[in-house]
Design a protein around this ligand. Sequence first.
Ligand code: HXC
Length: 520
Amino acid sequence: MSIQSEKIEKLVRRREAAALGGGRKRIDAQHQKGKLTARERLALLLDEGSFEEFDTFVHHRCTNFGMDATHFDGDGVVTGQGTIGGRLVFVYAQDFTVSGGSLSKTMSEKICKVMDMAMKVGAPCIGLNDSGGARIQEGIDSLAGYGEIFERNILSSGVVPQISAIMGPCAGGAVYSPALTDFTLMVKDTSYMFLTGPGVVKSVTGEEVTQEELGGASIHARKSGVAHFAADSEQDAISTIRKLLGFIPQNNLETAPERPTADPVNRADDALDEIIPDSPNKAYDMRKVIESIVDDGEMLEIHQDFAKNIIVGFAHMGGRSVGVVANQPAVLAGVLDINASRKAARFVRFCDAFNIPLVTLVDVPGFLCGTQQEYGAVITNGAKLLYAYGEATVPKVTVTLRKSYGGAHIVMSCKQLRGDINYAWPSASIAVMGAEGAVGVLYGKEIKAESDPERQAAIAEARKAEYEELFCNPYQAAQKGYIEDVIEPRNTRFRIIRALTVLDGKREELPAKKHDNLPL
Ligand code: HXC
């Protein structure tokens, strides 16, 4: 064998050894927990044969606690680039088989390298996280490493899409980088996110709590909203990432890829003419409306289990990627509250940052009132959504289906927040408030002054009818040019797509500033 061939063979053997991460025993332990290894995950995520690994032979530089005797090629993270659906992405996958995926300074350098490359060439960066947090033996070096990653998350925000999947226990610093990214996916039963684990919680507060209760996928997908998706398995999480990328562009200077469809642009749906119940207090499922108007009835819902009174998600309309925001009358009557405002605001800002037009479907009775909401700062949180719509410069098409009352009317992409094309169905009611509330305020004294209950009811009824006639329709708004048109529900798909086509060339600027001061 020539010297050259020997060297090549040595390289191949070294690569094979590196591919074993922390060794066969730890790989088996990972599998026994129902988890894949970092490399297995990347193989599923990326197009077959597209992965090119960087920094395979990097070693940590820690000498504390005898660490200099333990080295694994590549340390605790696999990094590199590949393609998803033929489009370039940069990736890192923490390797739990090497020191529990805990972050060394070297690992942070590897991660920062791919983040920098993603920024340099304008491609998404995807992190598969499975890490015990800061590598304890490295002390402050590990913290510095986290700082380097966080800073890059922040600088990349709004420039290239950043996606995080949580695929194991993620503690301490390991949860803050995902929190700074655009989308966080968790895997049910095998992934956890918390600042400190149950042991520390017990010693500090005395509270006894399991990993699942403290930071499992369903907690973060339903209660805290930290996770945008709770996947049934690692495979499911990875396939969701691949799907998600299909709706978003490579960077903030591009538009999302078009998806050709056989679904006719002018497909009308008679069922929409019948979907609004006769009683304004009766619910219906907004999801049915969305499915009816988007291409092939398909939407990728974000935050599906969190703040269900508002629906947000990606779909295609006429082949074009859109962000859909819709009040959900079937949950809490579609009222806006703290969580719904936070959820929708974040989504609107993502779409605006990445040139994805917004389609807003309105049926909102107002903001939720009461001490719980006020103490939780519904004012500040509601203002986030108001702010997000008001600053968004992407095409904004809005359709009011039924109620659009008060502050919530303004928030939900009204004309004065630079809504571009606003339509309403004939069933729309655009007013300061609903008829009952208005009659109480305007005629409460007059009604109470009447001693005969029957007369009382008759006056209230008459006043209500008068108010409804005047305000509970779309025509007041249409007369004043606050909406462009009143449309037939069956034609909603066609009207929205035509509006989006008109708005394709939209150009709108924001005043020059260092940055805004969104109400946080
Ligand atoms: C060094 C670590 C480690 C860490 C785990 N390991 N966490 N090594 N630093 N932070 C090592 C273990 O020693 C073990 O090594 C291997 O990883 C697997 O860990 P196990 O405990 O055996 O696995 P498991 O039972 O599954 O438990 C996983 C775990 C637990 C829940 C993550 O290891 C754990 O609680 N780790 C500590 C979490 C933590 O408190 N991290 C610091 C957060 S502070 P061997 O050699 O046996 O395979 C932080 C500050 C940053 O991150 C803040 C920035 C804002």
